[in-house]
Design a protein around this ligand. Structure first.
Ligand SMILES: Nc1nc2c(ncn2[C@@H]2O[C@H](COP(=O)(O)OP(=O)(O)O)[C@@H](O)[C@H]2O)c(=O)[nH]1
Ligand SMILES: [Mg+2]
Length: 386
């Protein structure tokens, strides 16, 4: 599972990335500080079944803190994007390629509207920023679609391929499935075309499926940001207000042992002696948390995974009584799967070999046998029978 943090220069992408992952990366008010993408791991939270079981767990691919399972999500922070990026402006196409294997984009928007489209001090429009980003991704996808597209007409005529298969093939690197292609072609009522505006409509619909965009209305600490947030909300986009800078300050202070803070919480507790300067900053952050109920960073990451992408958490085990693997590790793995996934989909995630040998599965809560096609629910603990 991977998400990419995108947006215009200086909107706060690297700050958001660092806050969400605690990876040290260079943050600065200069546009294009980030050139090579930064990679890190954020965590989404889920109630861990170890509490029900009444035994401590031994997570391997995830973590458990006080009965809260933290499931890893890869995050990539890419270079800033300016209008015309698909044509190579700014850091151009390279950065777009960094988005290819992300399942969703987090668009960090400067909600305060104090930066122009290039990320310099000036007048900005958060809604125009959201549109610009979508446009850039669409044009980038259009460029990919058009590569060798005229040859597809003949292959369709000769029944060597279908329109849907050809679309899926062009975008296989972006995670477009044949189902996605079929759905989009059906909903647009399309047949093969080389008409530019028709193709644009096509990629625009595909983008919503393969690169859905969640908006972080960032810099909520600045007074002018509330108007930006309101305008973004009015467009119906998926928006969460954030203050990345506050989240980063809190996580760093917690790391140093100055405060106790659980990411996503609406308050924190000062534990050590805090220097005066830092005390003032923390006081400001405390009032911000009071106003917004949190910094929004962890909330956004959780919402992107659970609400926006609709993923569920499932725990595969090899022993339905003790919920452990063969070595006795209790609830070793937690996997994120699309809503509607079956027991077979889980087996495929565990190992292709397990999926091939699979005979059925067991729902470890009810101890009942379930078939390969059984649709899993969030928080299920499942034994795959091989
Ligand atoms: N006021 C405020 N400033 C922020 C916030 N997040 C980031 N910044 C500042 O915005 C500037 C650009 O941040 P950076 O993360 O490097 O932006 P990037 O170019 O999008 O990666 C820096 O001066 C940050 O301190 C925020 O939530 N509030
Ligand atoms: Mg950056």
């Amino acid at each position: 599972m991977k998400v990419a943090v995108v947006g215009k220069p200086s909107s706060g992408k690297t700050t958001f990335f660092s806050a969400a992952t605690l990876v040290d990366a260079e943050i600065s008010a200069r546009p294009f500080t980030t050139i090579k993408p930064n990679h890190g791991t954020a965590y989404v939270r889920a109630p861990c079944p170890c509490k029900e079981l009444g035994r401590p767990c031994n997570p391997r691919n995830s973590k458990c803190e006080d009965g809260v399972r933290l499931v890893p999500v890869q995050v990539v922070d890419v270079a800033g994007l300016v209008p015309g990026a698909h044509d190579g402006r700014g850091m151009g196409n390279q950065f777009l390629a960094d988005l290819a294997d992300a399942q969703a984009l987090i668009h960090v928007v400067d909600a305060s509207g104090r930066l122009d489209t290039e990320g310099n001090a000036g007048n900005g429009d958060p809604v125009a920023d959201a549109e610009m980003l979508e446009n850039e991704v669409d044009y980038w996808m259009l460029g990919i679609l058009k590569k060798g597209w005229s040859g597809v007409a003949r292959r369709i005529e000769m029944h060597q391929t279908t329109l849907e298969e050809a679309i899926q093939k062009q975008f296989s690197g972006l995670g477009v499935s044949l189902e996605d292609a079929k759905e989009v072609v059906r909903s647009l009522g399309m047949s093969f075309t080389e008409d530019e505006s028709e193709l644009f409509r096509l990629v625009s619909s595909l983008r919503k499926k393969c690169k859905p965009i969640a908006v972080a209305a960032n810099k909520m600490d600045l007074p002018s940001a509330s108007a930006g947030l309101e305008a973004l909300n009015a467009t119906g986009r998926f928006v969460v207000p954030t203050c990345a800078e506050a989240e980063l300050a809190l996580r760093r202070a917690a790391q140093k042992g100055l405060i106790r803070y659980v990411p996503g919480a609406s308050s924190f507790e000062v534990v050590g002696g805090v220097p005066e300067q830092q005390g003032k900053a923390l006081g400001f952050i405390a009032s911000l948390l009071g106003q917004f109920g949190g910094t929004g960073v962890q909330e956004l990451v959780d919402k992107v995974v659970y609400d926006f992408l609709g993923l569920i958490v499932v725990y595969p085990v090899e022993d339905e009584t003790h919920w452990c693997d063969k070595k006795g590790n209790v609830l070793p793995d937690a996997f994120l799967l699309p809503n509607g996934s079956t027991a077979l989909d889980l087996a495929k995630k565990v190992h292709t070999e397990v999926a091939e040998k699979m005979k059925g599965a067991v729902d470890c809560r009810t101890r009942r046998k379930i078939g390969k096609d059984h649709v899993l629910r969030n928080n299920d603990v499942v034994r795959i029978l091989v």
